[in-house]
Design a protein. Structure first.
Length: 337
């Protein structure tokens, strides 16, 4: 793959072409996408024009956007060369990513954990962080015993945490996976719901089942759950336990009380990793009850071995409209405040 810049005399100096050459025409066709829709996505995001010229793509636009587009095209082509496909989410991820993630070890040493093409290998599909914040988050989950992921819905906090857990489980780094979340909406009404305790709480655990089933075949998940090597349980079920050699995730932690959070964090046993995720804007606790997530942020911020990673609307990887909705709500809160 080669790259060169041409500056025709008739064009302004700030709007020139960058030519990127792709040796394999078959891969170039896949890179462009059906009806050049992949190129259109890059053009729309960066405000450039991309023209096909044989086995080369000419990127026209201002230098910064042109350089970024060329880098994205090279990154996606390398992805195709490695045997992977390119979908809209991969393009969005490539557009967001710029540099390798840097993680800080408990001793304070900064280490570069991954290249921009990092993948989490699961049994069903590879998972890649798609924003800089996601990349740093994944890096820190590998390098710290306790990690917090805090931010709005759709930023991949829980999804990536479960993916890291599955990756570590497959590699043998941990012996089991424990996924939990508070069932605050159930409260005293649990006793009035039909079915046994599992049937009562499963609706509150469904997002964790969904993430897990994205990474492991359904039959394997069922077998591992029967063997207690994967557990999905409400936060209240964690009391009195010591979780050793496990990857433990507490989801929706903003709905844990201070006492529940302390109880959960002190379950950490030898050889285990723990991840706590939450959204400070979606607290469902009764009025006057403070969130254990906010309390943990304040108390644990300077504790060695603990990392805090924060996400914003810019890290939303669901529908782009979700990010705009979050921005609108944040702006309204700012006006009200």
């Amino acid at each position: 793959m080669g790259i060169s810049a041409l500056t025709p005399p008739s064009k302004p100096q700030d709007v020139i072409e960058t030519l990127v050459e792709f040796p394999d025409n078959r891969l170039l066709i896949e890179l462009c996408g059906e009806y050049d829709r992949n190129l259109a996505q890059i053009e729309h995001q960066l405000g450039v024009h991309i023209l096909r010229r044989g086995n080369r793509l000419a990127v026209v636009g201002e230098k910064g956007a042109r350089d970024q587009a060329a880098a994205v095209l090279r990154s996606l082509y390398a992805r195709l060369e490695s045997g992977r496909h390119v979908v809209a989410g991969d393009i969005d991820g490539a557009l967001r990513m710029g540099r390798p993630a840097v993680a800080t070890t408990p001793e304070g040493e900064q280490i570069e954990m991954f290249s921009p093409g990092i993948e989490l290998r699961t049994r069903k599909k590879p998972i890649e962080p798609r924003t800089e914040a996601q990349k740093a988050y994944v890096a820190n989950l590998f390098s710290h015993e306790l990690g917090f992921g805090i931010g709005p819905a759709g930023t991949g906090k829980t999804y990536l945490a479960v993916a890291v857990g599955v990756t570590m489980f497959i590699s043998g780094a941990v012996e089991r996976i424990v996924l939990s979340r508070p069932a605050v909406e159930a409260g005293e009404r649990l006793g009035f719901l039909p079915g046994d305790m599992k049937e009562k709480v499963d609706p509150y655990m469904q997002p964790l089942y969904d993430a897990l089933n994205d990474f492991l075949p359904a039959k394997q998940v069922e077998k591992l759950m029967q063997e207690k090597r994967i557990e999905i349980a409400p936060l209240a079920f964690m009391r009195g336990r010591t979780l050793s050699n496990a990857f433990v995730v507490l989801d929706e932690a903003q709905n844990a009380t201070g006492m529940q959070m302390k109880m959960f964090l002190t379950r950490l046993g030898e050889g285990s990793r723990m991840v706590v995720t939450g959204d400070r804007t979606q607290v469902d606790l009764p009025r006057g009850v403070s969130s254990g997530l906010a309390e943990a942020e304040r108390i644990l911020r300077d504790v060695r071995g603990v990392t805090f990673n924060y996400f914003t609307a810019k890290d939303v990887v669901r529908h782009p409209l979700v990010g705009r909705i979050i921005d609108a709500y944040d702006a309204d809160d700012a006006r009200a405040g």
